[in-house]
Design a binder for this molecule. Structure first.
Ligand SMILES: NC(=O)c1ccc[n+]([C@@H]2O[C@H](COP(=O)([O-])OP(=O)(O)OC[C@H]3O[C@@H](n4cnc5c(N)ncnc54)[C@H](OP(=O)(O)O)[C@@H]3O)[C@@H](O)[C@H]2O)c1
Ligand SMILES: O=C(O)[C@H](O)[C@@H](O)[C@H](O)[C@H](O)COP(=O)(O)O
Length: 468
């Protein structure tokens, strides 16, 4: 058996899939896990795929480090909170100058920046690798967002490119910047994922609850949309899940699922970073809020009992829903790239937004046809804070905004909650106002707090007459 090129620590859902992907692409690997069960479970899977010759199993972290030739490449696919710090505490003394540790989990980029500094103090490299695509993506080709030194990228590229998803011939992996840049881009990816999932759920509710369609019929509609400009992994899988019947009951499987959404944090982190960077991403915030509110089912039941939960007849056209969702999706990506641009400036990352869009074209959860147009728009020079002004989307908005307005108006009138679709319209109508309402805010702030304001005419009088 040849020397392993890389070690994989953590053989859970993602780690085991990524390891098999590497072995399948001809990369010799060593693997281990904190508990032996997942190591034992991994071996027969490697055997079943005919990959045993590529795999060295190690009983624990120390043996895994020993199994790796120097300079070592050690990839961890474990929870990126406490467990990664625990692991680093154990492994740093075992490693030698020039070795590299890769955190491929969903880490908070602040932690990644801190860990990069920590390892550098020991002459070690730390890479924050955002990995997207779920289990299937990890196994057959994920999208990967690399944050770390150029030298680390040069060393890992021969491993990451062969295992990555491909859009045409292009591998969906790129070095996006130093230290936390990769994990930050992955976090925003997940924020957009939250907003897209919520928008599709809101639209499904309008089609089922509002237009009385069966789950099967909605699946037909989404499948049709997926053949068009809305083509994307999330529209595709929503159509698929709507077709499943409940094996333990009767009716559609989705109706057997409790309407309380989980969240592990990346959406929340995106919203927090956006606000901190002065880039409020209302669609992502709306999606995070919708998940949080969904967990308060008893309160929703009590409020419905107290004030009625009935919804009125909904008068919308399915074509309007399609056009509205498409326009809202452009705004959702635009809000995402505004956060990325703000962070790029704040942390001096010089993010290449076209490369980010290209990395998201295949393998990841938010992969969508639209990402091709987005990448082209950036190559053609659109600024990252105004993707919605790209000529490629002018027609989308010409049709989609009036449709979105009709959909939101009808839904609001009929009592259908649209935290994310309505946020899209709120953003659009705010950004297209040359003169907004902030003058009143400035007057109020000055009135109660002497905060001052700038005058339209530029005159040097920063406080109102209420102070005279
Ligand atoms: N699932 C996804 O769709 C997905 C996609 C992209 C990224 N991610 C990220 O990938 C990482 C792994 O997720 P997963 O879905 O593979 O989770 P998972 O199936 O729950 O596996 C977690 C892995 O971490 C190990 N582990 C847990 N606590 C540990 C500790 N204190 N020290 C060392 N190892 C520990 C587990 O080993 P034991 O089971 O033996 O404890 C297991 O190997 C997470 O950061 C997650 O956010 C997940
Ligand atoms: O890109 C991906 O492969 C997914 O986004 C992945 O990272 C994971 O499934 C989410 O983090 C789940 O997040 P929630 O549990 O917060 O929905």
């Amino acid at each position: 058996m040849a020397d392993p090129k890389i070690g994989v620590y953590g053989l859970g859902t993602m780690g085991s899939a990524l390891a098999l992907n590497m072995a399948e692409k001809g990369i010799d690997i060593a693997v281990s896990n904190v508990t032996p069960d997942l190591i034992e479970a991994f071996v027969p899977r490697a055997e079943a795929d005919g990959l045993t010759d590529r795999v060295t199993t190690a009983p624990d972290l120390a043996a895994l480090v020993q199994a790796l030739p120097r300079p070592r490449l050690l990839l961890a696919m474990i929870p990126s909170t406490g467990p990664i710090d625990e692991m680093l505490g154990q492994v740093i003394p075992m490693l030698d100058e020039g070795d590299t540790v890769i955190d491929a989990g969903n880490a908070d980029f602040h932690d990644t920046r801190r860990r990069a500094v920590q390892l550098a103090e020991h002459g070690l490299n730390f890479v924050g690798l955002g990995v997207s695509g779920g289990e299937a993506g990890a196994r057959k080709g994920p999208s990967m967002m690399f944050g770390g030194a150029q030298a680390s990228w040069d060393g890992l590229k021969p491993i990451l490119e062969p295992i990555a998803a491909r859009f045409g011939d292009a591998p969906c992996v790129a070095r996006l910047g130093p230290d936390g840049a990769g994990h930050f881009v992955k976090t925003v990816h997940n924020g957009i994922e939250y907003a897209d999932m919520q928008m599709i759920a809101e639209t499904t509710d309008l089609l089922r609850g509002g237009l009385g369609m069966s789950a099967e019929k909605v699946a037909d509609v989404l499948e049709h949309w997926n053949d068009g400009a809305l083509g994307s992994y999330l529209v595709e899988i929503t159509a698929e899940v709507l077709r499943y019947a409940d094996p333990h009951g009767s009716g559609p499987m989705v109706d057997a699922i409790l309407d309380k959404a989980g969240q592990k944090g990346t959406g929340r982190w995106t919203a927090i970073e956006a606000v901190t960077l002065g880039q409020s991403a209302t669609m992502i915030e709306g999606a995070v809020a919708a998940r949080a509110w969904s967990s308060e089912k008893p309160l929703r039941e009590a409020t419905g009992a107290a004030f009625g939960s009935a919804r009125l007849n909904l008068a919308v056209e399915p074509d309007d829903l399609e056009a509205a969702l498409l326009a809202a999706r452009v705004i959702e990506y635009a809000q995402g790239f505004r956060i990325l641009e703000a962070a790029s400036k704040e942390y001096d990352w010089s993010l290449d937004h076209a490369a980010i869009a290209e990395t998201w074209r295949a393998g990841c959860i938010i992969r969508a046809k639209m990402l091709g147009d987005i990448a082209t728009a950036f190559h053609e020079g659109i600024a990252a804070d105004r993707l919605f002004l790209a000529p490629a989307f002018a027609d989308v908005f010409a049709v989609g905004i009036p449709a979105l307005r009709r959909v939101v108006a009808a839904a609001v009138t009929a009592g259908y909650p649209l935290p994310v679709l309505s946020a899209a319209l709120g953003f659009w109508d705010t950004m297209r106002q040359p003169s907004g309402t902030a003058n009143v805010i400035q007057a109020q702030r000055d009135f109660f707090g002497y905060h001052g304001f700038d005058r339209v005419d530029g005159k040097d009088a920063r406080h109102g007459p209420w102070w005279d």
